[in-house]
Design a protein around this ligand. Structure first.
Ligand code: COA
Length: 133
């Protein structure tokens, strides 16, 4: 298994097909797919390959030299439990050794199991747009 940076021309179709098969991930819906492809190409995105099978990926955003925020992490079901997820997270530090990597968690239990340290939580700011009143 190896991990490398995402290349749109080589990886986009395989990655979108993988997402299509993941229950509850809507990025492959017609109206989301093009937006998501743009996001993949403009994010810090890594792919994991076993042979020529794209078996996992992570997508993160770079906060201009301060932090890296992992937004998405997905491993194909038949490749889970083999540290692919963990490696997709750890490889970010190879390319960004002076950043702190945070993950926006949907599945706390997984990250707890990896012994990640909890740092606060996410709050949604209500969009009531009264800033100029
Ligand atoms: C979460 C996910 C990325 C883990 O990938 P993975 O390659 O199997 O993870 P690793 O091999 O690095 O770690 C496996 C360990 O994590 C545990 N684990 C995996 N998913 C877990 C979950 N949802 N809750 C608790 N533990 C979990 C496994 O039991 C395993 O434990 P073990 O080492 O004691 O056997 C994968 O299950 C996945 O793609 N899930 C669906 C998408 C998702 O939830 N993504 C994360 C939020 S964006």
């Amino acid at each position: 298994m190896y991990i490398r940076e995402y290349r749109k021309s080589d990886d986009e179709n395989k990655l979108m097909t993988m997402i299509e098969n993941e229950e509850g991930w809507t990025y492959s819906d017609d109206n989301m797919a093009e937006k998501y492809k743009t996001a993949l190409a403009n994010s810090v995105t890594y792919v994991a390959y076993e042979g020529d099978v794209l078996c996992g990926y992570s997508r993160s955003v770079n906060d201009w030299g301060f932090y890296i925020y992992v937004c998405d992490l997905l491993v194909m079901p038949s490749y889970r439990g083999r540290n692919v997820g963990r490696k997709l997270m750890e490889c970010i530090y190879n390319d960004y050794p002076n950043h702190i990597v945070y993950v926006m968690s949907d599945v706390d239990e997984y990250y707890k199991k990896q012994d990640y340290k909890r740092m606060g939580s996410i709050f949604e700011v209500p969009n009531i747009n009264k800033c100029n009143e």
